[in-house]
Design a protein around this ligand. Structure first.
Ligand SMILES: [Zn+2]
Length: 86
């Protein structure tokens, strides 16, 4: 299942004690590996903050490759890869 998300560049207002990659791995229980964007089979190189439009203001972290992260628009990502940022 894929969900539309919008990339939000600004950082969270708290500082996680571990790296975002580690945070994503711990919370998802999986290895940080592939870009979550639908149709992209690139390797994830960074963690991006996203929001789900028309849902609420919750922010999520999701692994993306650099080129997908650079797109200033809505992306479809695997809902399985969306981890809620506290
Ligand atoms: Zn990608």
């Amino acid at each position: 299942m894929y969900t539309a998300v919008r990339i939000r560049g600004e950082a969270l207002d708290y500082q996680p004690k571990i790296s975002l990659k580690s945070l994503w791995e711990v919370q998802s229980g999986r290895n940080f590996e592939m870009c979550a964007r639908f149709g992209c089979d690139g390797k994830a190189t960074l963690v991006s903050y996203v929001q789900v439009p028309n849902k609420n203001r919750d922010r999520y972290i999701v692994p993306l490759c650099e080129s997908c992260n650079a797109k200033d628009m809505e992306l479809f990502v695997n809902a399985y890869d969306l981890i809620k940022a506290k």
